[in-house]
Design a protein around this ligand. Structure first.
Ligand code: CMP
Length: 145
């Protein structure tokens, strides 16, 4: 049971001004922000980040979209973080997401689904280190991890 997950607030949700509301849902859900930044990925960054989906038909569109504007990237800490965060964000396709979940409230469609969330403890660590160095991650006392 890992204690971190990685998230991104995707370009459409940023563009619609939902970042503050999404971060509020995250902290109200009991997650502590261990690291956070706003940036725009290059197409190459997005291709590398989503490399596991390279063979999927939506890979080109997804990486184009994820590099189309700014995102917020963050590492979130909580007991059972990966599973609990997936519950908080809801199903990948917002049409299937439960009421009250972040995707139900703030997603546009399956691609612009408001947020990304890691699917395993192993991927959470890989994704966190894709965006953040050890000098950008803090424990609950404000010390570097
Ligand atoms: P995310 O959690 O960022 O991980 C992979 C992303 O691929 C997923 O959210 C969706 O935005 C996107 N995705 C998954 N399935 C499809 C699909 N069938 N069509 C378009 N995009 C998809």
């Amino acid at each position: 049971m890992g204690n971190i997950t990685f998230t991104m607030i995707k370009p459409t949700a940023m563009n619609k001004g939902f970042a503050g509301k999404i971060l509020e849902k995250i902290t109200d859900g009991g997650f502590r922000i261990q690291a956070m930044k706003m940036l725009r990925m290059s197409k190459a960054d997005a291709e590398k980040f989503y490399e596991v989906h390279k063979e999927r038909p939506f890979y080109g569109e997804l990486t184009e979209f994820m590099s189309s504007g700014p995102i917020v990237a963050a590492v979130l800490e909580k007991e059972n973080a990966v599973e609990d965060y997936r519950k908080l964000i809801g199903a990948t396709n917002p049409k299937d997401a439960d009421e009250g979940t972040i995707r139900k409230l703030y997603a546009t469609d399956i691609q612009a689904n408001a947020v990304h969330g890691s699917d395993s403890d192993e991927n959470a660590l890989i994704e966190a280190s894709f965006f953040f160095s050890k000098k950008e991650q803090f424990d609950k006392d404000g010390n570097l991890i």
